[in-house]
Write a protein that binds this ligand. Structure first.
Ligand SMILES: O=P(O)(O)OC[C@H]1O[C@H](O)[C@H](O)[C@@H](O)[C@@H]1O
Length: 551
């Protein structure tokens, strides 16, 4: 494999050291002054691509900062590693796998042969099957065992086999088939399955068991429960009309009792959190139809092309990554808030939590050495304007600096124009307020103008002062469509990738989730079996004892 020039530790690179020196100068910068000094700042610090617009001018940086960040990206070999990913090299070095989610959205006929396998042909063969199947279900031609069309689809999956399809189906609800109700069951907590089964009819329900490995404990338990529930209402031969599977593991699907003819495959080079573009997106294709699903893939592909070809300085995912890196490393931002000013992007922050934190929540490099800087910040958020009335207080006046990504569509999918005007006004007002703040002098002037006595002005002024100078990005799109949503997700995927290369971590494994799984198996056996005192620490023993006493 081509070796990117990132074997030096991050802090020993010349470009990181140049950034460290530059960051000392930048400590005193006020964004208000940066805007006042440069009337072109917005034009200079914004970029367009694949139907998205990114304004990153409300960050504490200048042109020199960007030059230094771009130099760092070059020194860390971001472009070489990007090309290696697109070409199918095995960049996931702890699992010895290629990372090819970009191939899932490449148009038919794109050339990509990896290990002698025509990846593009394989991808499009599965897409053709998805088209045939989803057309049949949507048209009503696919019938349940008693001859009725499907009305409800229950996706059973967790992590990447849940978050992507669920988020996208919600985001594209305006494109959805009116007959099909979509349900998502992920949690091993029986309340999740109980709620879904309470709403559906076995005669008209299609279950999708979605699991890359087909070994994930939660999904296997939920799938068995759904199967048993279904067989309580229908004969065994009816299963083929009501259960399909999405997986890379054909053998496990057969063992479960799903006909391989009802299996939609994908491949080990698709990471779970990057899998919504594969057959894991089946619920999306069922809800919105294959045509819109293709538009969704095409939007992501447009972002791939932008990412692959635009120079770093005009490359949206690179810039989003570099600005985020600057805020993390030099402004000590421990977390990032995602604020979609679009109610239909309700689950987007949760989706990004897995994408970013499972990818870059690492503390050793690809070579197994400890990293020498902080890595992935925590990601969290809620749609605006709701967040404004909950935790924005901390963002405005708390002691931590938390960068914010505002995301908005300029045109709504409804006709209540005045709602949309109010929504956008709030979005833009918040980013302005975070940037500008309100000085104590301005606050005093306001309070004096209200006629407050001087001692009252002095008492209240510190509470009403906003420090400002708090960074944010704003991402705009004309409308939230299958295509712009595809581009938006791909933007964040590539942002995550670029940061991972700079930190030199493997963004494509997730060993950190394993320990809890192993211990849960042990404790599950203990909870179900005879008491075995003192196998654990006193806290875990005590909790197990309390649970057993309640059974
Ligand atoms: O699709 P599955 O194999 O069932 O995996 C579902 C999820 O579980 C795992 O524990 C991983 O942390 C996730 O990356 C994955 O998406």
């Amino acid at each position: 494999m081509r070796q990117p020039s990132s074997t030096l530790s991050l802090t020993s690179t010349a470009s990181f050291q140049a950034l460290e020196t530059h960051a000392i100068d930048a400590e005193d910068w006020q964004m208000r002054d940066l805007f006042a000094a440069d009337p072109q700042r917005f034009e200079r610090l914004s970029v367009e691509g694949a139907g998205l617009f990114l304004d990153y001018s409300k960050n504490r940086l200048n042109g020199r900062t960007l030059e230094l960040l771009a130099a760092l990206a070059r020194e860390r070999g971001v472009e070489q590693r990007r090309d290696a990913m697109f070409e199918g090299e095995r960049i996931n070095n702890t699992e010895n796998r290629a990372v090819l989610h970009t191939a899932l959205r490449a148009p038919r006929g794109a050339q990509l042969v990896v290990d002698g396998q025509d990846v593009n042909a394989d991808v499009h063969a599965v897409l053709d099957r998805i088209r045939t199947f989803t057309d049949a279900v949507r048209s009503g031609e696919w019938l349940g065992h008693t001859g009725k069309p499907i009305t409800d689809i229950v996706n059973i999956g967790i992590g990447g086999s849940d978050l992507g399809p669920k988020m996208v189906v919600l985001a594209l609800r305006h494109y959805a088939h009116p007959r099909l109700r979509m349900h998502f069951v992920s949690n091993v907590d029986g309340h999740d399955m109980d709620a879904a089964l309470g709403q559906v009819n076995p005669e008209t329900t299609l279950f999708i068991v979605a699991s890359k490995t087909f070994t994930t404990a939660e999904t296997m338990m939920n799938a068995q429960t759904a199967r048993a529930w279904f067989l309580g209402h229908a004969p065994e031969e009816a299963l083929a009309k009501h259960f399909v599977a999405v997986s890379t593991n054909t053998e496990a699907i057969k063992t479960f009792g799903i006909d391989p003819a009802n299996m939609f495959p994908f491949w080990d080079w698709v990471g779970g959190r990057y899998s919504v573009w594969s057959a894991i997106g089946l619920p999306v294709a069922l809800a919105v139809g294959f045509g819109y699903f293709s538009d969704f893939l095409a939007g992501a592909h447009a972002m791939d092309e932008h990412f692959r070809t635009a120079p770093i300085e005009q490359n949206m995912p690179m810039i989003l990554a570099l600005v985020g890196f600057w805020n993390r490393e030099f402004l000590d931002a421990h977390s990032v808030t995602i604020a979609p000013y679009h109610q239909d992007l309700n689950r987007f922050p949760a989706y990004l939590q897995q994408l970013d934190m499972e990818s870059n929540g690492k503390s050793v490099t690809r070579d197994g050495d400890p990293v020498d800087t902080p890595t992935c910040p925590a990601i969290w958020g809620e749609p605006g304007t709701n967040g404004q009335h909950a935790y924005f207080q901390l963002l405005h006046q708390g002691t931590d600096l938390t960068p914010i990504d505002f995301i908005a569509a300029l045109r709504p999918a409804h006709e209540m124009e005045h709602h949309h005007t109010a929504l956008l006004a709030n979005c833009f007002a918040q980013s302005e307020a975070f940037m500008k703040g309100k000085t104590i002098i301005e606050v005093r002037a306001d309070l004096q103008a209200q006629g407050l006595p001087p001692e009252e002005v002095e008492r209240l002024a510190p509470h009403k002062t906003f420090p400002g100078n708090r960074p944010s990005n704003t991402i705009l799109m004309e409308r939230l469509t299958p295509s712009t949503l595809g581009a938006l997700i791909a933007l964040y995927e590539h942002k995550t990738f670029v940061q991972g290369v700079i930190w030199n971590v493997n963004s494509f494994d997730q060993w950190g989730v394993e320990l809890g799984k192993v211990l849960a198996k042990k404790i599950e056996a203990e909870l179900a079996g005879e008491p075995q005192p003192n196998l654990h620490d006193s806290s875990t023993n005590g909790l197990i004892a309390r649970a057993k006493a309640a059974f």
